[in-house]
Design a protein around this ligand. Structure first.
Ligand SMILES: N[C@@H](CCC(=O)N[C@@H](CS)C(=O)NCC(=O)O)C(=O)O
Length: 222
């Protein structure tokens, strides 16, 4: 059986966890936090989670894990069969990660964890990038009814676990309602969060979040 290493407050971990649940692939969770401890580095060269342990060894990086799951368990697909449609889904997922998740992440310590303030130069960069990232999503996304079209795909998974956090960053730091710039995004987010598997992920996240905050508090103090 697969082992998924990580923790439930991590949005990247939750992307893989939701994919496993949606695809009905059995797995067990091994609690691990991203860090530079030797035990973590033995499993993940960069000390990041999630990591998937397979019979053949460990796989790091969320998109690589998701590709592997799709290759090995195609029965409940999260990608279209046609190569061009598949590329469109990956483009959307990648753009969400690079241009929404990563700029928002610069400000997570301040906005989501109540830690030290984001340096002004980084904050300004995050604001500029988030505006362009959401504009790209508005141009790229289909929202008909899912992010990439008529089926639930990996683009929806990236959307669920990045866009709501980025919206919080935009709102709290810049007074921007970035989600409102993307027609259909709010409705879709609500519907996606109602999925049975997503509710399980959310419940685990809610239970883990205070534990995570307690753990990181000493290193994120203002
Ligand atoms: N590029 C990685 C990013 C994963 C990531 O940033 N994970 C965070 C938790 S949400 C982490 O492990 N952070 C620990 C660290 O950066 O030291 C992926 O796609 O899996």
């Amino acid at each position: 059986m697969f082992k998924l290493y990580g923790f439930a407050a991590s949005n990247y971990f939750n992307m893989v966890k939701l994919a496993l649940l949606e695809k009905q692939i059995p797995f067990e969770v091994v609690s691990m936090h991203g860090c530079q401890n030797p035990e973590t580095l033995a499993v993940s060269a960069r000390g990041k989670v999630p990591v998937l342990e397979t019979e053949e060894g460990f796989i790091s990086e969320t998109d690589v894990i998701l590709r592997y799951l799709e290759d090995t368990h195609p029965d409940i697909p999260l990608l279209p069969a046609h190569p061009f449609a598949r590329a469109q889904v990956w483009t959307t997922a990648k753009e969400i990660e690079l241009y929404i998740e990563l700029p928002a992440r610069l400000c997570y310590v301040e906005v989501l964890f109540g830690g030290r303030a984001t340096p002004e130069a980084l904050k300004a960069k995050a604001r500029r990038d988030l505006i362009k990232g959401f504009a790209a999503l508005a141009r790229r996304g289909k929202f008909a009814p899912y992010v990439a079209g008529d089926a639930f795909t990996l683009a929806d998974i990236y959307f669920m676990y990045s866009v709501d956090l980025a919206q919080q960053v935009g709102q709290r730091l810049f007074g921007l309602n970035l989600l409102d710039e993307v027609a259909g995004a709010r409705d879709l987010l609500k519907r996606l969060n109602e999925r049975r598997c997503a509710q399980r992920v959310a419940a685990d996240r809610e239970a883990d979040f205070p534990i995570f905050l307690e753990r990181v508090r000493p290193v994120i103090v203002r």
